[in-house]
Design a binder for this molecule. Sequence first.
Ligand code: 1GP
Length: 258
Amino acid sequence: MLAFKKTYTFTLIMKKKEQYMYSQILKAKVKNQKLLAVLLDPDKIIWEDLHNLISKLNQSPATHIFIGGSLVQTDILDQLILKIKESCHLPIVLFPGNPSQISDQADAILFLSLLSGRNPDYLIDHQVKAAPILKKTKLEIISTGYILIESGGETAVERISKTKPLDRKNLDLALATAQAGEMLGNKLIYLEAGSGAKQAVPLEMIKLISRNIGIPLIVGGGIVSLQGIHDAYQAGADLVVIGTAFENNLEFFNFDKI
Ligand code: 1GP
């Protein structure tokens, strides 16, 4: 009995550790503490500027670093993450465009399924290819329903995945897609306008979805001002992702207060 108890407790502790980052996100949601991820695209990193970039990240209100992009062609993922970890303590989450973008050096991975599209490669095929690789890592795996919303122009996600985004005016379809994602067991929903999008995800869509799902909601794509971040939070986003705006201007978070 004692042995059983010991094993059982051990399993529980392991489980807790495995889900550490997700449980932090859930805790933040319960307390209404908003989270902010800065997205770094390894292909766009200027190594000579990395020190400065990390110091700006350390001064920013970011709570997470996301790493990834639709087209990461470099094999510098491990190197980049190790370098960031030398002087930055923010958790690093992989946000991969395909199974080659996996690094054991990160803390977690958003295990994405592109729910808005009907391309089986991005719904399940890449995930099947990634599963045996992920099994060999210690990464915390956070299954995430990824929903691309039309944003006024073709984005890289649309181009690479060869899928159409959801109509930004069709709130009911976006909601049903998010709810289906939750029912399928996803732990997060990521509402995405696409990196560098002309228009961010409509606030009324964020409002509707955040009020009608139970899991945390990530919102990103085309948010280029601190007001935009604030508006997304007010509408119900639990975590906002900023990529291009910070990439173009490392002083982005210093403009004024959110
Ligand atoms: C892209 O949502 C992220 O996946 C960030 O988009 O680069 O437009 O901030 P931006």
